[in-house]
Design a protein around this ligand. Structure first.
Ligand SMILES: Cc1cc2nc3c(=O)[nH]c(=O)nc-3n(C[C@H](O)[C@H](O)[C@H](O)COP(=O)(O)OP(=O)(O)OC[C@H]3O[C@@H](n4cnc5c(N)ncnc54)[C@H](O)[C@@H]3O)c2cc1C
Length: 394
């Protein structure tokens, strides 16, 4: 194990692996001089989890052994990052202290189930589900198949989250599931946000679908407590502070999320807890040897793999310029894509930039729910994820 690397990448998720692949293919001199620090044994295709939760994909198809996705020419240190010192340019992980010339922070986002009283201990029984943890996703579909009456309550927190529209996907697909399977259950959607979606063009369509399907939905209602054994969810109204108890047969939780706590005190985070980078170049606002992308970064877009796909090639160009002692000149415009299934088979494909201006890839109106978009997400996206994005190709 070398003590010093030209480039160290923290995290072997979507952003870390794709960045390593891309930079190694663009600059052959970096071979064996890129280190990825990642503790887990497996890499996950997380966008597949809501599809698993609605019975449309097999859980096993969302998981691959980490060594299978590590790019050739990169070294993998299977440890947890414990400390970063951007002044000394050092990372501590397990018994190792690694020095770097350049650093990419791709540590993803933290899931805070503990912010909801009783949530963590309730997961996996009494109908309490989540699509955000691999081990729990099968329980979502299992529960859906057994609910014959009562409320299926789907929640979304006020905080920034990854997979920004996964709750809405559950709302629409589960509504169709119960109607097709003669269940008397009702869908209840509670969101801590003040609006359904931040881009009007898509928000209008989503609201139209919610109303058409007569879904009971309310904004600014944050899940604060789960009473698993009593099958009760407690929500707090974020304007009035009033609490409401909603009984459920099934509860699907998207938990509050936050930036990488391991970096607290390192000087790398902004006051909100995200890695503080320039929104366009993705170079750190203080330390010019540090870059960040994906969920851990302060980039003010919806945190999605599709955003990483846009960010990664630009970050790599800028990083190579910095390695060459030049000023980064390439700019990310905030483009991201949010696929919102409006039933089994149709999907709205919201694509927009930092200014919330739609930036659509196809010549179709992507706010119209289309079969082709659903087929793309279900069948093409996994193939493109494993075979193109993770290999640095976009
Ligand atoms: C339910 C769900 C649905 C989603 N739906 C979509 C979708 O439809 N479309 C879409 O584009 N995106 C979707 N996403 C979001 C997408 O998966 C993420 O935005 C994307 O994976 C971000 O990549 P990342 O590398 O920043 O984070 P991740 O891929 O999460 O990777 C972070 C990595 O950092 C590692 N790590 C964490 N802490 C440490 C540490 N201390 N030391 C070392 N390593 C560490 C983790 O183990 C992980 O491997 C969804 C996500 C979920 C969970």
């Amino acid at each position: 194990m070398k003590k010093h690397y030209r480039l160290v990448i923290l995290g072997g998720g979507t952003a870390g692996i794709s960045t390593a692949s891309r930079i190694l293919s663009e600059d052959k001199s970096l071979k064996n001089d890129v280190l990825i620090i990642e503790p887990t044994t497996h890499h996950y295709f997380q966008p597949g989890w809501p599809l698993v939760g609605s019975g449309e994909m097999k859980l096993e198809a969302t998981k691959k052994s980490m060594d299978k996705v590590m790019p050739k020419g990169a070294k993998w240190l299977q440890e947890t990052v414990e400390r970063v010192d951007p002044v000394k340019r050092e990372v501590a992980a397990g018994k190792y202290t690694i020095e770097y010339d350049f650093l990419v922070v791709a540590l993803g986002i933290e899931l805070n189930y503990d912010a909801i009283k009783g949530a963590r201990e309730s997961l996996g029984s009494n109908g309490v589900c989540t699509n955000y943890i691999y081990e729990h996703v099968n329980y979502t579909y299992e529960t859906l198949q057994n609910v014959k009456e009562g409320n299926i309550v789907i929640t979304k927190p006020q905080s920034r989250i990854k997979g920004g529209v996964s709750a809405e996907n559950s709302v629409f697909t589960m509504d169709e599931y119960i109607k097709d399977n003669d269940s008397d259950a009702s869908i209840v959607f509670r969101s801590g946000r003040d609006q359904v979606f931040k881009v009007k063009k898509y928000s209008d369509k989503i609201v139209e679908r919610l109303e058409e399907k007569k879904i009971d939905y309310r904004m600014k209602e944050e899940l604060v407590e789960v009473r698993g054994e009593h099958k009760e969810a407690v929500f707090e109204n974020l304007d009035t502070g009033e609490r409401h108890v909603v009984p459920f047969e099934m509860l699907v939780i998207t938990p509050p999320m936050s930036g990488p706590s391991v970096l607290e005190g390192s000087g790398l985070l902004n006051p909100e807890g995200w890695v503080s980078v320039d929104p366009h170049t993705m170079m750190h606002n203080t330390y010019t040897t540090v870059f960040s992308l994906g969920d851990a970064s302060s980039l003010p877009t919806v945190k999605m793999g599709s955003a990483v796909k846009e960010q990664m090639p630009i970050l790599v160009k800028n990083l190579l310029e910095r390695m060459d002692d030049k000023v980064p000149s390439h700019e990310y415009d905030g483009k991201t894509a949010c696929p919102i299934a409006t039933d089994y088979g149709h999907l709205i494909l919201a694509e927009f930039d930092y200014n919330n201006i739609p930036e659509e890839t196809t010549f179709l109106n992507q706010a119209d729910n289309k079969k082709i978009f659903y087929q793309f997400k279900k069948n093409m996206l996994p193939i493109m994820y494993w075979n193109a994005l993770l290999k640095g190709k976009v």
